[in-house]
Design a protein around this ligand. Structure first.
Ligand SMILES: *Cc1c(COP(=O)(O)O)cnc(C)c1O
Length: 230
């Protein structure tokens, strides 16, 4: 099936999940995770109506930007971000999902100041406490969120998570529910209820993420087909 059909199917499933949890379909945003897909595929996804495209690798993002892959939709950065690459992402990505340390936030702030902008950012939560993953451990997230308020060139708009790989159906639901609690509590206690985005859910689990309260899902293979790793 083509990208346009896939987007229609995903939108329908998102809408059903939204309605089941008493929300409006239009309030849930679809980010196409376009890593390893070329500029033409990105343009197809935008024509099919994804709300944004999300990239993982800075080099790939810059190459595809030069090919106008993202014309017509906002570009997000969703992958692991190295400090020495922040300069190339700030201002190019309208939203950085993956700010997972105070060092990284400090560098985003520094580069945003230089660029004369306020960078919209989400805080990444390592909800499974996995060694291999970046993001704030749940136990330090609240303190980090409080410190993040002090960066004048960053606007924190919410949270993002990538839960552990689960084999059981609905295995990620408890993780999504935990992140939703953190999202609501931190927004209320530290951000005057100003959080806007809870980014969680991918091809295999976006309906569970929406059930738990996500309002932004990042879907790759279910839109673009399986990635060809070489
Ligand atoms: C690749 C990726 C996705 C999408 O994964 P699929 O399983 O292909 O839907 C979502 N979020 C992040 C951070 C990713 O790297």
């Amino acid at each position: 099936m083509g990208i346009a059909e896939n987007v229609t199917i995903i939108r329908d499933r998102m809408a059903e999940a939204a309605l089941r949890s008493g929300r409006e379909p239009k309030d849930i945003l679809l980010v196409g995770a376009s890593k390893m897909n070329d500029a033409a595929a990105c343009q197809e996804a935008i024509a099919a109506g994804v709300d944004a495209l999300g990239e993982n690798r800075v080099q790939e993002l810059l190459g595809k930007l030069a090919e106008h892959a993202y014309d017509g939709a906002p570009l997000h950065f969703i992958g692991h971000l190295q400090r020495n690459k922040v300069r190339q992402v700030v201002g190019r990505a309208s939203l950085i999902h993956s700010a997972g340390s105070l060092e990284l936030l400090a560098e985003i702030d520094r580069q945003a100041e230089k660029a004369g902008i306020r960078q919209e950012t989400l805080l990444e939560v390592n909800i499974g406490g996995e060694e291999s993953k970046s993001g704030f451990a749940p136990g330090v997230l609240r303190d980090a969120a409080a410190q993040a308020r002090e960066f004048r060139h960053i606007q924190v708009l919410g949270l993002m998570t990538v839960p552990p790989v689960e084999r059981e159906p609905h295995g990620n639901l408890p993780y999504f529910e935990k992140v939703y609690r953190l999202y609501v509590d931190i927004s209320r206690d530290l951000y005057d209820n100003s959080f806007k985005y809870l980014s969680m859910g991918m091809s295999d689990d976006f309906e569970d993420a929406i059930a738990a309260g996500a309002n932004m899902v990042r879907v790759g293979s279910a839109i673009f087909g399986r990635r060809q790793y070489q």
